[in-house]
Design a protein around this ligand. Structure first.
Ligand code: J2J
Length: 537
């Protein structure tokens, strides 16, 4: 078992197994089962690659053997920073088989994040993409290796070439893969939390619980062997990995991986592969809707478009079905676990107004006020949740867990919601110190900590500003020290600090001081309101 993992209490674990939610199979074993069941069917399409379930199964074994030959062993933590490719899928299943746990990083992450993931977990290896998107991930990982003693191995993932981790099937004479791990209650991978603190927290997910989340999605949406899902958002997000990859494989469908969800890339694939399902953040859904009007591509295979990650405005929600000619599937979720969506046959008003209902009978939801008392039904409050695929603690973060979980194990989501009759959840806002920029989550404190080191910054607060397309943009409100910094200067400074660019402020407000509440406490809420109203000066 991974040190720093908080298991479910025995009685609940027992219940989850008894109900069949935890199937008792590792993800490596699941893949073997899928290959037995759907061997020749197409599991995966990505760029020039088109793999059957059997191909994927063989490649996962070959990758497991090659990782072992490169010195990566069971129990190791490995930072996986790959883009949307077939290789990603072969490698993650290779790691599952080997029992090495990936920290699923995003290609956008830079030194600040990668170094932290390695240090926090004692990672022994970084797996990076071949150069191609104008950034040298290998050089970055090598830099990190200089300063993180546990990090022994940096491997580029790609084709058969010296020093590159090949994802092709085993060649004659190659060593057999090591024995496969067989404990489904162990941690399979570490996802990244949206974060509310200076350093992002890691989310340990077990084979049992994570696999179940994908299976529960496949069963409730429902997906079947005719399902063809398209993943265009970064594949390293829990959403794309579960609603896209795992749920599709559980159903025996086909996963199509696109480099981006942009209509220019995606529409041709929808037509060619007869895509039935995809997931989009609201801003991208709006782009799909406007491009769908004149595209020469045939989108008629689409059955539903799942939209989530950040709140979908009601007027956009109402326009989705006429514009795209398929079902709107509002969806919510979190790397920590709980996922919900509206079903195809839910009442129209709920499909438009709510973000859906949980996928499992095992999901327990409470809505509470700021003293942790349940609010009356239908009233807004903070959403707390626990269940068969919601973590009981972050990785190695006992002090943070005291705040992030209740004593009886509910995760405090930081989301303000109302739960309507029928269990439909409506997202109303947030109590957590986070900016949701088009579905990408930014912990304000993380950016503030970096900006505190800027010589022209005496004090800084980072707040979200409403935005029609992204939902929110990121605004740095700076009390300057001497001549005020510029936005370009701040962004350059953060580049130098090795922060991922999606966290950079979009806006800069120079202020003399921050607004305070009646009790004299600095108020981010007031500051955000002032900025939104057209300036905080
Ligand atoms: C408002 N806020 C939402 C929605 C998520 C499926 C779907 C999404 C995620 C995800 C995921 C929202 N309306 N429809 O992991 O499996 C905000 C909430 C939530 C946070 C989690 C999945 N859907 N959110 O977005 O870990 O604030 O997961 O707590 O990135 O996104 O973010 P993340």
């Amino acid at each position: 078992m991974l040190d720093g993992f908080v298991p479910w209490p025995d009685d609940l674990a027992h219940r989850y197994r008894e109900r069949g939610w935890w199937a008792g199979r590792t993800l490596g074993a699941e893949l073997r089962g899928w290959a037995r069941r759907s061997g020749d069917r197409t599991a995966l399409v990505a760029g020039p690659e088109r793999w059957s379930y059997r191909d994927l199964d063989h490649r996962a074994d070959a990758v497991s053997a090659r990782l072992a030959a490169a010195g990566i062993t069971r129990g190791d933590v490995v930072v996986l920073q790959l883009d949307n490719t077939a290789s990603f899928v072969a490698v993650i299943f290779g790691l599952f088989r080997l029992g090495a746990r990936p920290v699923v990083a995003l290609p956008a992450h830079r030194r600040s994040e990668i170094e932290y993931f390695c240090t926090a977990t004692g990672a022994t290896a970084c797996l990076v993409p071949e150069p191609g998107d104008g950034f040298d991930h290998r050089a970055l990982a090598e830099e990190v290796r200089e300063v993180v003693p546990t990090l022994r191995t940096v491997l580029v993932v790609g084709g058969p070439a010296p020093g590159v981790l090949d994802v092709g099937p085993a060649r004659p004479g190659e060593p057999a893969p090591p024995a496969e791990i067989d404990d489904p209650s162990d941690v399979a991978l570490l996802l990244l939390s949206g974060g509310t603190t200076g350093l992002p927290k890691l989310v340990p997910r077990t084979h049992d619980d994570w696999s179940y989340s994908g299976r529960a999605m496949a069963e409730t949406i429902p997906y079947d062997a005719s399902t063809v899902t398209l993943v265009g958002l970064p594949i390293g997000h829990n959403w794309t990995l579960t609603h896209g990859m795992l749920a599709t494989f559980h159903a025996g469908g086909t996963l199509v991986v696109a480099p981006s969800p942009d209509p220019e890339q995606a529409f041709g694939l929808v037509e060619r592969e007869r895509v039935t399902d995809t997931g989009l953040v609201p801003g991208m859904a709006m782009l799909w809707m406007s491009e769908a009007e004149w595209t020469p591509h045939d989108l008629s295979s689409l059955r539903r478009v799942a939209i989530g990650g950040t709140k979908l405005a009601e007027e956009v929600a109402r326009a989705v079905e006429p514009a795209l000619g398929c079902r709107l599937q509002q969806m919510f979720g979190m790397a920590e676990g709980l996922v919900g969506f509206v079903r195809d046959d839910d009442p129209d008003e709920m499909r438009v107004l709510s973000q859906g209902r949980p996928i499992s009978d095992g999901d327990e939801l409470r809505v509470v006020d700021d003293t942790d008392r349940d609010v009356p039904p239908g009233e807004p409050g903070e959403l707390l949740t626990r269940g068969p695929y919601t973590i009981r603690g972050y990785f190695d973060a006992p002090e943070h867990d005291v705040r992030a979980f209740t004593r009886d194990g509910y995760y405090r989501t930081g989301d303000l919601v109302r739960v309507l009759p029928g269990g439909f959840v409506v997202f109303e806002g947030r109590v957590k110190d986070q900016i949701n920029r088009g579905g990408e989550k930014i912990a304000a404190e993380e950016v503030e900590n970096h900006l505190h080191a800027h010589p022209a910054v005496r004090d800084v607060l980072v707040v979200g500003v409403p935005d029609r397309v992204l939902g929110e943009r990121c605004c740095a409100c700076v009390v300057p020290e001497g001549p005020p910094p510029t936005l370009a200067g701040i962004r350059e400074f953060l580049t130098g600090r090795g922060l991922a660019a999606y966290k950079f402020p979009d806006l800069l407000e120079i202020v003399e001081e921050f607004p305070v509440t009646g009790l004299g406490k600095v108020s981010k809420k007031l500051l955000a309101q002032q900025v939104a109203a057209g300036g905080a000066r």
